[in-house]
Ligand binder design. Structure first.
Ligand code: IDP
Ligand code: MG
Length: 141
């Protein structure tokens, strides 16, 4: 599989719970390393561009409202098979369906406010990392 980088967001509901440290600990305990990080307030237009694949979904407006409701932590995560490993550590989209011990099971509030985002494929990881980070901001770790 080899070393990969993936894109992660700690969403506003998790930031409000003071759970940045607890969430990063889950990644680190499972063998992923933080390769870039910044805490930002997303602009609406940029958030819409990020979630463009969901533009036609009924929850799109609500999703963008939520993701721009407070600061988010943008990260690159690095490690062996990082893209799928991150999805496993996160758990299912709906926290109700997320396996015990996953981030969404512990810090998600509902299907929308589910604590974290993670890229779902190599192509998504590449697109999403490029949207938020300069190449020079990603350390080789
Ligand atoms: P994922 O984050 O697990 O990849 P996606 O289906 O790609 O899930 O959905 C993107 C995001 O949109 C979810 O993480 C969640 O915040 C939100 N979302 C997904 N389905 C719903 C829904 O039915 N109602 C409200 N928000 C939703
Ligand atoms: Mg997705």
């Amino acid at each position: 599989m080899g070393k990969e980088q993936t894109f992660s967001i700690i969403k506003p509901n998790a930031i409000k719970k003071n759970a940045i440290g607890a969430i990063i600990k889950k990644f680190e305990d499972n063998g992923l390393k933080v390769a870039a990080a910044k805490l930002v307030q997303l602009e609406r237009g940029k958030c819409e561009e990020f979630y463009a694949e969901h533009k036609e979904r009924p929850f799109f407006g609500e999703l963008v409202d939520f993701m721009t409701s407070g600061p988010v932590m943008l990260m690159a995560l690095s490690g062996e098979g990082a893209i799928m490993k991150n999805r496993e550590i996160m758990g299912a989209t709906n926290p109700k369906d997320a396996a015990p011990g996953t981030i969404r099971a512990e810090f998600g509030d509902n299907v929308g406010e589910n604590a974290v985002h993670g890229s779902d494929s190599a192509a998504s990881a590449q697109r999403e990392l490029a949207l938020f980070f300069e190449k020079s901001e990603l350390v080789n770790i």
